[in-house]
Design a binder for this molecule. Structure first.
Ligand SMILES: [Zn+2]
Length: 143
């Protein structure tokens, strides 16, 4: 199996799995994000406590890339500090813009599966929707 297949398996798995797709019992943040160019929308829920993302989930609808990317992100940010999550969002956005070095991408774990989106300009907004929504959500918390 080639690298491309492993990556698309990760995406397919996340697009089809609902393990992060539900409402939280006690969210402290709820943030809506939409990508009108594709019709994707998500609602990201975070439970923040002492600067840590104690729990996270999302609900939404849209293309497989937007939903898989949001699901992978939720896996990645759970248990992280807000600062770490911000760094991850920056790294992910940088990867999609093709501005990151290969060795800096390891922290993104499964989200590296979306690296090739950088060659598909029409899908970039789908891939970053979850991460932009996260940044908005964190920003509101810090204001
Ligand atoms: Zn989309």
């Amino acid at each position: 199996m080639g690298i491309e297949n492993i990556y698309s398996d990760i995406l397919r798995e996340h697009a089809n799995s609902n393990h992060n797709k539900h409402h939280l019992g006690h969210p402290t943040q709820t943030q809506r994000g939409i990508n009108p160019s594709c019709g994707d929308e998500i609602e990201l829920e975070l439970e923040l406590e002492d600067g840590i993302i104690k729990d996270a989930s999302f609900v939404g609808s849209g293309c497989a890339i937007s939903q898989a990317s949001a699901s992978i992100m939720v896996d990645l940010i759970k248990g992280k500090s807000i600062e770490e999550a911000k760094e991850l969002a920056k790294t992910f956005t940088g990867m999609i813009k093709n501005e990151m070095k290969e060795e800096d991408l390891e922290v993104l774990e499964d989200a590296i599966a979306l690296k090739d989106i950088s060659h598909m300009p029409a899908r970039v907004k789908c891939a970053v929707l979850g991460w932009h929504t996260l940044e908005e959500s964190i920003k509101e918390n810090q204001e």
